[in-house]
Design a protein. Structure first.
Length: 168
């Protein structure tokens, strides 16, 4: 079943990875992969819970800071009584973030494996300029070069889209 899936993807990508289109196709695959990973991660993270916990921790930090700046011992003691609750909130926040990270790693490995098997490990897809001349880069190397900025760009676009859509 996996072999048939890879062959189907290979059949689709084969003509797109020839000639001048190869670098554009490989770049588009990289960005599509990071978009899929971001979507998978977003599905497992409870955004409302994260926002609520971040707000709780932020407000507590602000009150603690004000108590320290005012040198008000009673206010500081009242704030510190909530420390255990805030620490639990921080742990919950980390659990939510770890869930997203684990899903991202698993999705990255799965998608990269499928793409690598479909495209081929050594197939050159792009010419990369170096001081000594152009070097033909295989898919995995071109993917790594694009990965440096692809995830950050997708994350920015994702957050803007969420704000525009009213969900974040």
């Amino acid at each position: 079943m996996y072999a048939e899936f890879v062959e189907a993807i290979k059949g689709i990508l084969e003509p797109l990875l020839e000639g001048r289109l190869s670098a554009i196709t490989a770049t588009a695959l990289t960005y599509a992969m990071f978009t899929l990973i971001r979507a998978a991660s977003s599905l497992v993270i409870d955004r409302e819970k994260v926002a609520r916990l971040e707000s709780l921790v932020g407000m507590w930090e602000e009150r603690r800071k004000k108590a320290i700046e005012a040198r008000d011992l009673k206010m500081y003691e009242r704030v510190m009584k909530e420390k255990a609750r805030v620490e639990r909130a921080r742990r919950e926040l980390e659990k939510e973030r770890i869930k997203g990270t684990v899903v991202s790693i698993i999705a990255w490995l799965a998608i990269f494996k499928v793409l690598l098997d479909s495209v081929g490990a050594e197939r050159p897809v792009a010419l990369f300029p170096l001081p000594t001349g152009y070097v033909k880069l295989p898919f995995y190397a071109w993917f790594m070069v694009n990965s440096f900025w692809a995830n950050a760009l997708i994350a920015r676009v994702w957050s803007v889209a969420k704000r525009i859509g009213g969900k974040g």
